[in-house]
Design a protein around this ligand. Sequence first.
Ligand SMILES: Cc1ncc(COP(=O)(O)O)c(C=O)c1O
Ligand SMILES: [Zn+2]
Length: 420
Amino acid sequence: MSAPRSWQRCDDCGHELDELDPRPRCPVCNGLLAIVHATTVSRQTFDQCASPSGVWRFADLVLPTAAPMAVSYPEGNTPLISRSRISDWCGIDELRVKHEGLNPTGSFKDRGMTVGITQAKRIGARAVACASTGNTSASLAAYAAQAGIPALCLVPDGQVTTGKLTQTLAYGARTLLVDGDFDACLRLMQQASVELGVYLLNSINPFRLEGQKTIVFELLRQLDWHAPDWIALPAGNLGNTAAFGKAIDEAMAHGLIDRRPRLAAVQAEHASPFAAAFAREFDQLVPVHADTIATAIKIGAPASYARGVRAIRSTNGVAISVTDAEILAAKGVIDAAGVGCEPASAASLAGVRKLRASGTIRPNESVVAVLTGHILKDSGILQQIHSPQSIAPDSANLPVRIGASVQAIGTLLDSMPIGR
Ligand SMILES: Cc1ncc(COP(=O)(O)O)c(C=O)c1O
Ligand SMILES: [Zn+2]
């Protein structure tokens, strides 16, 4: 068998570039680049791989030539969890959540970043950069620190949670607070990366997507390669939706699975240009001024729109929106089950419940909802719950102020339900 080979190809005009070509977009038409692999894999290829990383286990479909020099924490190997409380709430027996918040920096971004930073190192990038709602910057900062590459992050001023900003700064990335939203940051960073020659690691970077595909490969492997009927995920810039679509295509092409799971991309109501376009049969993207408590998906002009459309079409999927109140209600259920996640992640479960209620998902279908970020990513949500304008569910657990006496504790204990 010949050694696996990978290269880059333009989505729009098909122009091909070497795997090590550092240009961020197609030099002919400015289209987005994707990685193509000439290789043959089987389920055993991955079973036999000894890598401790849940990304590099799948190296043959990620970036085979880079595996020996991977900048890896390691990452991935996240659990697929069943909780009756969560499945009962959705009315679906076979519902699992895949907790990507249990990656090293607390979000799924680490899966793309290990590949993106490895590639940056291979091409000798002088610096790496991203625009971010906070999780990408935290991940970029950590992996750049490991690789010893200077990192630059542009984030919307006042719109990134303290935890995410703390991570980004602590790992040593130079962090610029921009007077504008995420979409403005991304426009600026794309321009700056070309003019200043820094390597852009937003999810339009094709190597990022190769890493993010492994969420799907890993969950399929955890299910013994029995594809679920549905995979639901929160959607913002649509990099992850695009990666999931590519992963499903490749899993089918290599015979790893024998049917395609349907993708359900879930957006927040006031940040939902993709769901709106889906409702109009994807006639066109109409960017919006995004607004939602789920800051990680507060994105109004998704950069990977065309790829997102392809992913939904090729999987016979759907794109829907849920309200902030529905997101908080779903988060309440996930948290109360002892699983926990950040608000944006809960959009996937809110979406599953809504699709079940509308009959799109049937009760006997199997579903995996991806939780993209850790519960500690957004502690500011507690202030939201406490505010007079709170839209949190009545069941929200609030702290109780007491006098310092055993009697006061006892009174409170008496008001609590008896343990099961
Ligand atoms: C926690 C979380 N969930 C979901 C998303 C959305 O992913 P994408 O922008 O690839 O659609 C993000 C993006 O920042 C995120 O941080
Ligand atoms: Zn092109």
